[in-house]
Design a protein around this ligand. Structure first.
Ligand code: ATP
Ligand code: MG
Length: 423
């Protein structure tokens, strides 16, 4: 009997992992340009961390976490998101005492027990970034510019939806207004919205059901209730982004699922992903560090869903394979022996070399070299071997005048000879 992977957990096979490598490398490059450093935090945390950070009444904490008792009965949870762990580490290691502003990014798997579907898995991956230490609009704009640059570097055109969620001064009043509005539309709202109404009325705005969307179309907008400091902050963030030609759309219905967000909130929605169309979400969370037992330090961050990002890139049909530079095709046992040594020599100098063994004929080997898209084939035949030579075929120009190279050349010279053969 075969054992399959757990539902909602998937393998990333080599044909896809090349694309993933490209994404991750690009993130590291784009983020380094903005002075970010990588933080690597554990996948497992005490359950209490997520309950406190994300909020007891969120879908994630109520229904979606992989939580289990450890052998000593303490409760552990596979992380459903990255920010809580980053903040925990930030507090635990007093990073705020080491630098006034910390710019951190992370890459790794997250776990949520949701209903698996296209673009939604139970283990998925995020690339996330956080700036901790300051709350001025310049910081928000800088983070969003970095995000924008990352997407541009990937040749993806995206629009940033942004909104302000206000702060503890102005949001409670708005919540109350929205709750009262919801009460007046009760009959038109779905069951989920009924329970949202008391627990977290802001979530009425992001219900995906048509009936609810219609019912809340005329709901009061948070933007009209912002206090002066929140309004100034929001305007300033938008100005800076527009100044840098970042495409932004103010979306008054944008509220985020996690309790900890305040002020600037944003999302990147992409076409072509179906209903799982959010590739990135994030926002400011000025009370979170304190809520988790640290000093009152503001922060802002985002998380990009790698699976959904990979789907967008796949739709571009770009090729990210790294084919071998040299495919060595030995003919006969003695040649195989020699091929082994030559391959080792080239590989240890950093060249990508594919070595065929198993005594197959030249035709079969050439077919395989073609399939792998190898740039050059080095054929080692028994007769030439005695003379310490091999034959090179250029697979791109398909030159039918294969050239002979001297295997005793020093490694860089040998590689040059292989590359120049046939020219
Ligand atoms: P959604 O509305 O799609 O459930 P979310 O608001 O729960 O997204 P966040 O918690 O903000 O998502 O996480 C940031 C990003 O992580 C999302 O924009 C999305 O690209 C990705 N993501 C979230 N949940 C999943 C999942 N179950 N499978 C794959 N990617 C996911
Ligand atoms: Mg979700």
């Amino acid at each position: 009997m075969k054992t399959a992977a757990v539902r909602g957990f998937r393998d990333i096979l080599p044909e896809e992992s090349a694309l993933w490598q490209m994404l991750v490398t690009q993130a590291r490059t784009s983020f380094a340009a903005y002075g970010f450093s990588e933080i690597i935090v554990p996948i497992l945390e005490k359950t209490d961390l997520f309950a406190r950070a994300i909020g007891e009444t969120t879908d994630i904490v109520e229904k979606e976490m992989y939580t289990f008792p450890d052998r000593d009965e303490s409760s552990l949870t596979l992380r459903p998101e990255g920010t809580a762990s980053v903040i925990r580490a930030y507090i635990e290691h007093s990073l705020h005492q080491k630098e006034p502003v910390s710019k951190l990014f992370y890459i790794g798997p997250m776990f949520r027990r949701e209903r698996p579907q296209k673009g939604r898995y139970r283990q998925f991956h995020q690339i996330g970034a956080e700036i901790l230490g300051r709350d001025d609009p310049l910081i928000d704009a800088e983070l969003l510019l970095m995000l924008h640059d990352f997407f541009v570097a990937l040749q993806l055109e995206v629009t940033l939806d942004i909104n302000s969620l206000g702060c503890p001064t102005c949001r409670p009043g708005y919540r109350e207004q929205l709750r009262a509005f919801g009460e007046s539309k009760l009959a038109a709202l779905c069951e989920d919205c009924h329970s949202r109404l008391n627990r977290n009325p802001l979530r009425l705005l992001d219900c995906k059901k048509d009936g609810c969307r219609q019912a809340t179309a005329q709901a009061p907008a948070l933007a009209d209730s912002l206090c002066d400091p929140c309004r100034t902050h929001f305007t300033s963030v938008q100005e800076r982004l527009r100044q840098e030609q970042v495409r932004i759309v103010v979306n008054p219905r944008l509220v985020r699922g996690l309790d900890y967000y305040c002020r600037t909130s944003f999302e990147i929605l992409a076409e072509g992903l179906g209903s799982q169309n959010a590739v990135c979400g994030g926002g400011r969370y000025d009370g979170l560090v304190e809520q988790l037992g640290g000093p009152a330090i503001p922060g802002i961050g985002f998380a990009i869903g790698v699976e959904r990002l990979a789907m967008l890139i796949q739709a571009q049909n770009r090729d990210f394979a790294t084919p071998p530079e040299v495919f060595i095709a030995p003919l006969g046992a003695a040649a195989e022996h020699q091929a082994f040594a030559v391959a080792r020599r080239l590989r240890s100098s950093g060249y990508r070399v594919e070595l065929e063994s198993g005594g197959r004929g030249l035709k079969a080997q050439m077919r395989r070299a073609d399939k792998l898209a190898a740039r050059h084939v080095l054929i080692l035949g028994e007769d030439e071997l005695a003379a310490g030579k091999g034959t090179v075929r250029d697979m791109q120009t398909k030159t039918d005048r294969p050239m002979s190279v001297d295997l005793s050349l020093a490694t860089p010279d040998l590689m040059n000879a292989i590359r120049n053969a046939g020219n």
